[in-house]
Design a protein around this ligand. Structure first.
Ligand SMILES: C[S@@+](CC[C@H](N)C(=O)[O-])C[C@H]1O[C@@H](n2cnc3c(N)ncnc32)[C@H](O)[C@@H]1O
Length: 356
């Protein structure tokens, strides 16, 4: 049990307390706008978002648990048919993903893109017995179209207000498959929040880079490439300034970007940092276009994710360990943090008008 779990265990519903905490934490990363809450159910998350100043549309196939709250637009609809995404700034998909089939998940990810998503879902563990309460309902690991996961039997659960809507079998993806579902839909970053509500259930934030962030990352990467050359200056002020200007134009969350850097570094080995497959045919971890597997990465990589993937993970760079278990280490980590901190809070005397 982690310190965080000890903290939430004083609540009657510790897992619920943690889920609320993660939800509010993520909401506060974004300026309040229009939230679409899919599978809203009891509506608590929708109402909490309204408390925090969000305009909320709450969708669920069942409306019996919708509370009375005129601040929220309550819509009874199947999320597989619902298509009102125009003007939505953020999508919440809490406790719903694992009640859908694989095909419906893939289609929904594409419909939500490119909006950021807060996702709370069960996923398939390597061993069935690790599913604890659900071990008797999940199948062995199955493969379909290069995706991997477990089928979850909804049989006999349909009288429950929390169950699937119309499908007897739902799909619980493995973590790499969840990453691929979103990566193939066009997303760049998938971040797991810690601690997870329980062993086989994660809170995940999925988002894509705006053009401004891509420009910012390009500046960061060009700087970082120099940092990974033995003997090179740790930080190129010109590139840092360019990066600061890009970010200054966009605002953005330094904390999220640190997570993004670390995450994509890890993805190079097994998830996101690979060539996006237009047809969705490159399974995660297949080595397609991976920095080491591709040989000469400089020519082969093209997307920002790949470029940063190529730049990270070079533990033999001569500047100490650069990446370990997906987390930047040592001087490299400090350099990136300094760069991001500098970009977020530019000293105007040095960087002109690049402030936010
Ligand atoms: C486990 S509850 C989650 C409720 C709430 N979002 C939460 O996280 O506590 C799942 C909800 O998804 C809804 N649901 C399941 N399949 C759906 C579908 N295809 N379309 C719309 N709602 C669906 C159920 O009616 C239920 O309210």
């Amino acid at each position: 049990m982690t310190a965080w779990h000890l903290r939430t265990s004083r609540f009657v519903d510790p897992m619920g307390a943690l889920r609320l905490g993660h939800f509010v934490d993520v909401l506060q990363r974004f300026p309040a706008g229009h939230l679409l809450d899919l599978g809203a159910g009891h509506g608590l998350f929708s109402r909490l978002a309204a408390d925090l100043g969000w305009r909320v549309t709450a969708v669920d196939a069942r409306d019996e648990r919708f509370p009375r709250d005129d601040r929220v637009r309550w819509v009874r609809a199947d999320v597989r048919d619902f298509d009102e995404y125009e003007g939505v700034d953020l999508v919440a998909c809490l406790g719903l993903w694992y009640h859908l089939t694989l095909d419906d998940q893939v289609a929904l990810a594409r419909r939500m893109a490119p909006r950021p998503v807060i996702l709370d879902t069960h996923f398939a563990m390597p061993r069935r017995k690790d599913h604890h309460h659900h071990a008797d309902r999940v199948s062995d690991l199955v493969q379909q179209d290069g995706y991997e996961g477990r089928l979850y039997s909804e049989t006999g659960l349909h009288t429950r207000p929390t169950a699937s809507w119309g499908n007897e079998l739902s799909f619980w993806p493995t973590v790499p498959t969840l990453e691929r579902q979103f990566y193939d839909a066009g997303y760049d970053v998938l971040e797991h929040l810690s601690p997870p509500p329980c062993a086989d259930r994660h809170y995940v934030v999925v988002r894509s880079w705006s053009p401004e962030h891509q420009a910012w990352m390009d500046g960061l990467i060009s700087t970082y490439r120099k940092m990974s050359d033995p003997g090179a200056a740790p930080c190129d002020p010109a590139a840092a300034s360019l990066a600061a200007a890009s970010l200054g134009a966009n605002g953005g969350s330094g904390r999220g970007l640190v997570a993004a850097v670390a995450r994509l570094g890890r993805g190079r080995r097994g998830g996101l940092g690979r060539q996006r497959s237009p047809q969705g045919t490159n399974p995660p971890g297949s080595g397609v276009s991976s920095a080491r597997g591709a040989g000469s990465t400089a020519e082969k990589v093209s997307s920002p994710a790949e470029r940063i993937g190529a730049g990270l993970g070079t533990g033999d760079s001569g500047r100490g360990t650069v990446e370990q278990d997906g987390v930047l280490q040592g001087t490299a980590r400090q350099d990136v943090i300094d760069l991001i901190a500098g970009a977020r809070e530019p000293r105007t005397a040095e960087r002109g008008e690049s402030g936010r």
